[in-house]
Design a binder for this molecule. Structure first.
Ligand code: ADP
Ligand code: MG
Length: 677
């Protein structure tokens, strides 16, 4: 008997080659297949008349075929079959490409259902390559439509799913404790899955969907809560609060938000509990100062601290900032990156081990096993989404259990933050240091591009620097690369031939990227043409202007991140968004960018407009993909939250028999997504 663990190759119609294609869609087992959800449905029961079908619509038409389609050979390998069909009032042209079998199975005088997109024009509508059913055959069926790949189509997946339920009507184990299901009247797993793939009607479908969304959120919430609980460990690293002394040395007054964040950290670090905290703050909100304040207290309490950044250039920048913050003190700070010579590395490591160095700043290099501390008390990582949750945990579990602070500049909506960083406490910097020149943002169409470029030149002539962000080429890295190269060459050869132009793209090796960024930071490059990879967090205060091509293709949060590269110095900065998209939604989205620079507001709006899947784009967030739940499903999210609270407060380890199913589901989810070690 097959079950959810059964390998997909066991199914009829799945050979080695097909299995590989399915694997690419993340389908390895029968369980994966059943969790490969339809993205839409075709409701064959809802037919429209030919006159009622608008050109461009996808719909189902019930019509009688006029004659057997005649094939016309257009060229080798292309034969087109055409016939007319009528619903008694109007006539629609049915067009079938190459499929002689389908064409000849149409019998004149018989009634069929045609499902497809309406083409042609108002006077002569047509439907190309429709799906066809005899009208008598099925007229009450809602068919699933699955996301397809180039070698796996929706029909094929549908057949496999049907086969599974024929072989075993109950292939999956229940994941929800009975008590939860009963209180919420949720369907049993197998019937929910079956209804979600092959709905009997819309009511059943929405019940099934509710159950699956709840399940997804509930398992994730409960799992994250457990993770967070587990990180509530005790710590014998007690840090004394030295912040007032630190503040008195600063050249500026800390903002209220900075003071609050520092206090939250130090209170926890002095309490005998281990700190595991996320510091969230928009670009420029002053996270580095918070880090420095916390480091200061740790060092005064006799501990060492390490600050880890994702790139060499960021590490070097932090090194510079920290040296300034500790200028008048005897705190010893060192920088360790890949480009330090072997001899120097050896010496740095020596000084760390014997305790001469108080603060180490660096890249990944700092967590290698041969880097040893005398008395490490605090680990800070910057731009946390670059480091996985796993790496973070690996650090904490290194044996010395230091406090950890992760800093992120990605503003995300609160609901989302709770889900993603469920295992961390959160501090937020929601206030900008005073005196910042706000970035002005304008939206223009491509007709004004030349003027925009002149505006850029004017700034370059004044000694400033700028960015031009290339049009986004979707879903094809090779294309994206050539497009970016051509675009940069075009700019360098024409509009900006009198300036030094650099290119930064995603296909570059980290070393090459850093080289370009370094040249830009040093002013050797005046204009940087870039895809979206402009290093997060890189501070080039002299860069004051940014042009974004095809701005409508970017997510708002992404635009906000990009825009954060400018407006970092004393000069007034300008961001110009170029877009020819005239639709109302596109226009109003871009308008938000010119109206606010509040990253959280923008993030909320982005989530509302695009949903969580797109919200993250391809960005790594270390979380399992939500297959079905939208994070805007706040009602179900709350439901899931309160039930997971209840279950965990009764049975934290989930060891009671009735909660075994849940424990198993959580382990499976986290194992699959490697959240934990
Ligand atoms: P981010 O949060 O993006 O890492 P930074 O820590 O790089 O921001 O800070 C941006 C700039 O603001 C730095 O030049 C820093 O010295 C300055 N800054 C930070 N806090 C304050 C403050 N309270 N008042 C004035 N300037 C500040
Ligand atoms: Mg920073």
């Amino acid at each position: 008997m097959i079950n959810e663990e059964t390998n997909i190759q066991y199914l009829k119609g799945v050979g080695e080659k097909r299995a590989r294609s399915l694997n690419r869609l993340g389908i390895f087992t029968v369980g994966d297949l059943l969790r490969y959800y339809p993205r839409a449905y075709r409701d064959w029961s809802k037919t429209v008349s030919i006159s009622g079908a608008a050109v461009g619509d996808e719909c189902c038409i019930r019509a009688i075929v006029d004659r057997t389609p005649v094939g016309v050979k257009i060229r080798k390998g292309l034969t087109i079959f055409k016939t007319d069909a009528t619903d008694g009032e109007d006539i629609i042209k049915i067009i079938i490409y190459n499929n002689k079998y389908a064409a000849q199975s149409l019998v004149p005088g018989e009634e069929y259902l045609f499902y497809g997109r309406i083409g042609g024009n108002l006077y002569q509508k047509e439907m190309s390559s429709p799906e066809i059913l005899k009208a008598t055959e099925q007229n009450n069926i809602i068919h699933p439509v699955y996301p397809q790949s180039y070698d796996v189509n929706s029909k094929y997946i549908e057949k496999l799913v049907r086969q599974v339920f024929e072989l075993n009507p109950e292939p999956c184990e229940e994941t929800l404790p009975l008590r939860v299901r009963e209180s919420l009247c949720l369907a049993e797993i197998n019937s929910a899955l079956k209804e979600f793939h092959f709905p009997s009607d819309e009511t059943y479908l929405s019940e099934a969907k509710h159950r699956l969304i709840f399940e997804e959120l509930f398992i994730l919430q409960t799992g994250l809560k457990k993770l967070k609980g587990a990180s509530k460990a005790e710590s014998n690293i007690i840090i004394k609060n030295n912040s007032e002394n630190f503040y008195s040395r600063l050249p500026f007054e800390p903002t209220g938000a900075q003071r609050r964040a520092v206090k939250e950290c130090l209170t926890q670090m002095g309490s005998g509990m281990l700190m595991n905290r996320l510091l969230q703050g928009d670009v420029g909100s002053g996270k580095t100062m918070v880090a420095a304040a916390v480091i200061d207290s740790a060092v005064r309490s006799g501990y060492q601290a390490v600050l880890m950044a994702p790139t060499e250039i960021l590490a070097a920048q932090h090194y510079g900032s920290l040296c300034r913050f500790f200028e008048t003190t005897d705190v010893k700070i060192e920088l360790l990156t890949g480009s330090v010579t072997a001899k120097n590395k050896r010496e740095i490591k020596e000084r760390l081990l014997n305790g001469d160095t108080d603060v180490l700043i660096g890249t990944h290099a700092v967590i290698q096993s041969d880097v040893m501390f005398k008395n490490l008390g605090l680990v800070i990582t910057d731009e946390q989404h670059r480091f996985g949750v796993k790496q973070r945990n690996a650090l904490v579990e290194k044996g010395n259990m230091p406090h950890t602070l992760v800093m992120s500049a990605t503003p995300i909506p609160r609901t989302l933050a709770l889900m993603i960083y469920g295992d961390l406490d959160i501090s937020v910097l929601d206030e900008m240091p005073p005196g910042r020149q706000p970035i002005e943002t304008y939206c223009i169409d491509s007709g004004k591009r030349a003027r925009a470029y002149n505006y850029v030149k004017k700034h370059l002539d004044e000694g400033r620097q700028g960015y031009i962000v290339c049009p986004l080429v979707e879903e094809n890295e090779t294309l994206e690369l050539t497009a970016a190269q051509e675009f940069a060459a075009e700019l360098a050869g024409n509009a900006f031939s009198d300036y030094s132009v650099g290119l930064l793209h995603g296909k570059m090796k980290p070393k090459e990227k850093e080289e370009v960024m370094k040249n830009f930071a040093e002013g050797k490059i005046q204009l940087l043409v870039a895809t979206t990879v402009i290093e997060v967090g890189v501070d080039v205060p002299n860069a004051v202007i940014m042009v974004v091509e095809n701005a409508e293709r970017f997510g708002l949060s992404q635009l906000h991140q990009l825009r954060g590269r400018i407006g970092r110095g004393k000069y007034k900065s300008t961001c110009i968004l170029i877009s020819d998209a005239h639709s109302k939604t596109a226009q109003s989205r871009l308008k938000i960018m010119s109206q606010t620079t509040d990253g959280f507001k923008i993030a909320d709006e982005d989530l509302r407009l695009r949903g969580p899947g797109n919200f993250f784009g391809s960005q790594q967030h270390g979380l399992p993909d939500l297959k079905i739940a939208m994070l805007t499903d706040t009602f179900i999210l709350k439901e899931a939250d309160s039930f997971s609270q209840q279950i965990l407060s009764d049975d934290y380890t989930l060891s009671r028999p009735e909660n075994q199913c849940l424990k198993k589901a959580i382990d499976k989810l986290f194992e699959k997504n490697k959240i934990m070690n």
